[in-house]
Design a protein around this ligand. Sequence first.
Ligand SMILES: Cc1ncc(COP(=O)(O)O)c(C=O)c1O
Length: 380
Amino acid sequence: MTNIYLDYNASTPIDPAVAAAMRPFLDEAFGNPSSGHWASTPAKAALEDARGQVAELLGCAPDEIVFTSGGSEANNLALKGTFFSLRDKGDHIITSVAEHPAVLAPCRFLERLGARVTYLPVDGTGRVDPEAVRRAITPRTVLISIMHANNEVGTIQPTEEIGAIAREHGIRFHTDAAQSVGKIPTGVDSLGVDLLSIAGHKLYAPKGIGALYVRRGVELEPLIHGAAHERGRRAGTESALLAVGLGTACSLAMDLEPMARVRALRDRFWQALREDFGDDIVLNGHPEHRLPNTLNVSFVGVIGAEILAGLEGVAGSTGSACHAGRVELSPVLAAMGVPERVGMGAVRFSLRRSTTDADIDAVVGRLRSRHGADAGWRHG
Ligand SMILES: Cc1ncc(COP(=O)(O)O)c(C=O)c1O
């Protein structure tokens, strides 16, 4: 049976064009971008070209891009960097309960250092109410951090509305766009953000590279102190190899047209499952404001991990996690108010541009035959 990978929200392969662009930096172009001699010139030029490519995708200037090791570091830099640089102004951060751990854990860490953090709830579709953001603002608020799109259910937040509220109050606004870049528009001005995180390995670049967009004039204390790399925002010799990978991937991500086909395929997938499973299947996430590649469904009364385990060769992910031998409901689904009996059966399928009709038909077929064959499908 052929393997079918439907876990592109977890990670993507490196695009062949990305690998080809990186190749020279594995071989001869090894120089330190900061050296200032002939061996550094290609690396320096490539680093700056890559910065331009990332900036073009986000609709900003190249000097507003800071390369990081990935999405987690970008989020940490946005949150901790803001807290440390604006300590005199305030100590209050607004975020949501549905954020990725790469936002929630830095918030918890900052609470240990005296920050006060408001964790806003989400509704049944996973969305934050912009008016709740407005109500949470205090004279001590220094940062609002609400993700652009959720990794588990794909729900897209009302980012533009939150951005307008942040602007109105003169408060810095960060969004974690690790999942949305390359899937939906992520122009920083239309979103109204001051800081935006991206993760290379979610958009066909290698792991180990990401970026933080930092609006001009936004002061940030670095996480890594040292020499003046990245305009003093992140010390450490830059990797032209990885930056070229991210830059090339960002150029490829500029064309969002193929996502219309992905959305149609994802919706056909859902319809097919609805026909087979009827009321035994539930869609998790927002019906419309959702990443076009993401389908998170609950097989009611079943454990998601068991379904995936029974789907030979299919890579997806579950909404629950095993902690200390006990299966627990994902915090995101719990925050959405999804009942345990439904949430435990959650499975996330995430597609890419080249996912085929045949891939989806095969997964539907494998689910169908398992459903038909397994009398114990429902545990009640
Ligand atoms: C929404 C979101 N933010 C941040 C991250 C972390 O990114 P990275 O793995 O590049 O550190 C991920 C990855 O799972 C994510 O989905």
